[in-house]
Design a protein around this ligand. Structure first.
Ligand code: ADP
Ligand code: MG
Length: 306
């Protein structure tokens, strides 16, 4: 069963083609990551999935329900954690979540579940506090709780950890992983490469409104596009001049350390070491690192993530 099906979505804003033909399917039970830099089109796509914005062309369905033709059913199957923090400031935490559940026809019978969610998100102490009195991190937790209030099978989180502190990020990760373990389909947008790598089974990389890569996390990591390697060399003393051939590969230089970044298909560790030795530079230690998602992104787009 397909949890989310996106077919040929286009969206033009004045002066910006935000989405330029997105096709994507996410199967039930997947933990899918939509990764891309700021302005790539992630939130626009999420807003279209949520039915909050309409596409110029193309279709989206959730658990087989078209978001336009069958909005109520589609929306019932979907929980959205939006990127922006929007609330009624005069409601308490518990009221906000119950109200949200009410939109989907969930009444008193859902209150136990709501308290469970409040507890899991460590909001119990704040359950009766007004929204306006909460910190940004606490508001973020309430957004997550609201998205879960009607127990939707498909949960979409739009940059839930952007700008949150390390502790909250960790607890959100744990909570999202738990939801995934309980059978929910998770779709997460992020511009944190390490987050997509740590959490997602499969990743789509979006840039300028186009999917530029779509594969399992493992395959992306192992593929040729991740051919960039790093070589960190500790040296006994800082050389006055470096060999000319190495200058283009030098990413960082400190008194006792040289960091090289190079394409494995063009250079080898031995070339670099030989050139250093030929220049009488004494090598104390050598460390190599293979590509991470950041390198994958760079080799796909030619840009480094900000
Ligand atoms: P992301 O969530 O990946 O950071 P967005 O989907 O928010 O990216 O934005 C994609 C592009 O569309 C950006 O260039 C952004 O400035 C533009 N954009 C987003 N929303 C609007 C809007 N409501 N009106 C005009 N331009 C918009
Ligand atoms: Mg966004």
């Amino acid at each position: 069963m397909t949890a989310l099906h996106i077919d040929a979505i286009h969206k033009q804003f004045p002066g910006v083609k935000a989405l330029n033909g997105i096709d994507l399917s996410v199967e039930c039970g997947e933990f899918f990551g939509l990764l891309g830099p700021n302005g790539a089109g992630k939130s626009t796509l999420i807003n279209i999935i949520a039915g909050l914005m309409s596409a110029d062309s193309g279709t989206v369905s959730i658990m087989g329900h078209d978001v336009k033709k069958d909005f109520r059913q589609a929306r019932k199957n979907l929980g959205i954690v939006p990127q922006e923090l929007v609330f009624d400031p005069f409601l308490t935490v518990r009221e906000s979540i119950r109200l949200q559940a009410g939109y989907y026809g969930v009444g008193k019978e859902g209150y136990d579940w709501i308290d469970e969610v409040i507890d899991a998100l460590m909001l119990t102490d704040k359950a009766n506090v007004n929204m306006r009195a909460l910190s940004g991190g606490m508001k973020r937790r309430v957004l997550v709780a609201q998205a879960l209030a009607h127990k939707p099978p498909v949960i979409v989180l739009d940059e839930p950890t952007a700008g949150v502190d390390v502790e909250l990020r960790r607890s959100l990760w744990e909570f999202i992983k738990r939801l995934h373990g309980q059978g929910h389909t998770i779709i997460l947008t992020t511009h944190y490469l390490e987050e997509a790598e740590a959490l997602c089974d499969r990743i789509g990389i979006i840039d300028h409104g186009k999917l530029i890569a779509l594969d399992t996390t493992d395959n992306l990591m192992a593929s040729g596009i991740a051919a960039i390697s790093r070589l960190r060399i500790t040296i006994a003393n800082s050389p006055a001049v470096l060999p000319e051939t190495l200058k283009p590969l030098l990413a960082k230089r400190e008194p006792n350390e040289l960091l090289f970044e190079y394409d494995r298909s063009k250079h080898s560790v031995l070339d670099i070491i030989d050139a250093l030795r030929a220049a009488d530079i004494e090598i104390v230690d050598i460390n190599t690192e293979h590509a991470d998602l950041e390198d994958v992104f760079m080799s796909l787009t030619g840009r480094r993530e900000p």
